[in-house]
Design a protein around this ligand. Structure first.
Ligand SMILES: [Zn+2]
Ligand SMILES: [Zn+2]
Length: 404
């Protein structure tokens, strides 16, 4: 090490009492090996200083570096009921100490010194890694524990758990996500029977119920790849979703059990499948993905339908591009614009009087009800116009979501 640094260390020790850690930390780049405490001891030996300063008498840390094992113990206790693989330690240090540290660096031009906070975080991590048999992960830990050193208080930031799957919805009238009562905004009022909800349940609630129980989590967020109308069923292979489970205590849950329990409990209402663990990045992917959809549509006409005519119209619709102006029913919350969507396939399944059933394969984002009714000519071409009889959707099911 440089003679200049050695004499600077000597000068500093004349000014203040430093524990080995604090001394070593100021010159950590000058000495290659060891912890800061070992570096401090090395410096002291070089300077023939026999007198050792205990942390409690240290001018800089005022005893903090002696408490690292103690902090590790408090954090261990706080983490006890959580399952995790990776963690990260953070700490809050007295502002007085931090100011003193900063002032000393400036005054002595110690550009290479390490902040005390960093040493405390790292040293706690070094104790906990072998003890808990977990790994420190800086960019993406399962749990971050922040210790407030002045109060011995730990705050935990628990990373969310992400579960991918596909859902089917067998009952009509269930919205995909939470829909607060519009009168009380979710607070609960007479109108919503003090539930705060406009609908009794949602796909989100049913999918999340068992997951929240099994993970002992506090909350969740549901991210669907698009959504079907409230009154449409979601059949076929189901719709992709990611359930974000917030503040989970358990992360190592058996997804096969979750699937079975959910499907048994909510039999004939919803069904989930293909569960696997996911991550935050995948949410953007499934949200942005444009999946081709297949619908089964039951239409009701104002007068009896002609099967041959219907089949002819259906054939003419293969690959047809349609233009849809924002539908009246969503106009209050969507921008007014014309969307072009393609009908890939239209097959007539059955015709009986004024009722017909057909299968429609369309581009993602096609408004089916409006394609059938025409929505006051806002959708063109439309089925009502093409067959020359006004008709509307009676029942709508999504029977396939392609593209995964
Ligand atoms: Zn110290
Ligand atoms: Zn209400």
């Amino acid at each position: 090490m440089k003679a200049q640094s050695l004499s600077q260390a000597e000068h500093l020790l004349q000014e203040h009492a430093f524990c080995d850690s604090c001394l070593g930390r100021l010159f950590r780049k000058e000495i290659k090996k060891g912890s800061n405490a070992e570096k401090g001891l090395f410096l002291r030996t070089q300077l023939h200083q026999k007198h050792k300063t205990f942390a409690k008498d240290c001018w800089l840390c005022e005893g903090l570096t002696d408490e690292i094992a103690h902090f590790a113990g408090i954090i261990t206790k706080a983490l006890e009921e959580y399952e995790f693989e990776t963690f990260l330690i953070g700490s809050k240090i007295d502002e007085d100490i931090q100011e003193k540290e900063q002032h000393l660096w400036d005054q002595e031009k110690l550009q290479d010194a390490e902040p005390m906070k960093m040493e405390i975080n790292r040293e706690i991590g070094k104790i906990l890694e072998p003890q808990l048999k977990k790994t420190v992960d800086i960019p993406n830990p399962d749990i971050m524990a922040v210790i407030d050193t002045a109060f011995d208080h730990v705050t935990l930031q628990i990373g969310s758990l992400f579960i991918y799957g596909r859902y089917k919805k067998y009952q009509r009238g269930i919205p995909q996500t939470k829909w607060p009562c519009q009168i009380c905004q979710g607070k609960g009022c007479k109108r919503c029977n003090y539930t705060g909800k406009l609908y009794e349940t949602t796909v989100e609630e049913l999918v999340a119920k068992k997951a929240l129980e099994m993970t002992q989590a506090t909350d969740e967020s549901f991210h669907g790849s698009g959504r079907e109308d409230i009154d449409a069923r979601m059949l076929g292979t189901g719709r992709p979703f990611i359930l974000e489970v917030k503040n989970p205590k358990k992360r190592h849950i058996d997804l096969a059990v979750l699937e079975t329990e959910t499907n048994t409990t909510f039999k004939d209402i919803i069904e989930i499948s293909q569960l696997r663990f996911s991550n935050r990045e995948e949410i953007a992917r499934i949200k942005a993905a444009e999946f081709q959809k297949t619908y089964r549509v039951t239409i009701e006409a104002s007068e009896p339908l002609n099967k041959e005519k219907l089949i002819k119209v259906a054939q003419s619709l293969q690959g047809q591009l349609i233009k849809q102006l924002t539908p009246t029913r969503v106009a209050h919350r969507r921008a007014h614009k014309i969307r072009e969507r393609r009908i890939y396939n239209c097959t007539i399944e059955s015709v009986e009087g004024i009722i017909a059933s057909l299968t429609l394969e369309t581009e993602s984002g096609t408004y089916i009800k409006e394609f059938v009714s025409g929505d006051d000519n806002k959708t063109q071409p439309n089925l009502s116009d093409l067959i020359g009889i006004p008709c509307k959707v009676k029942e709508l099911d999504v029977i396939d979501v392609k593209g995964e």
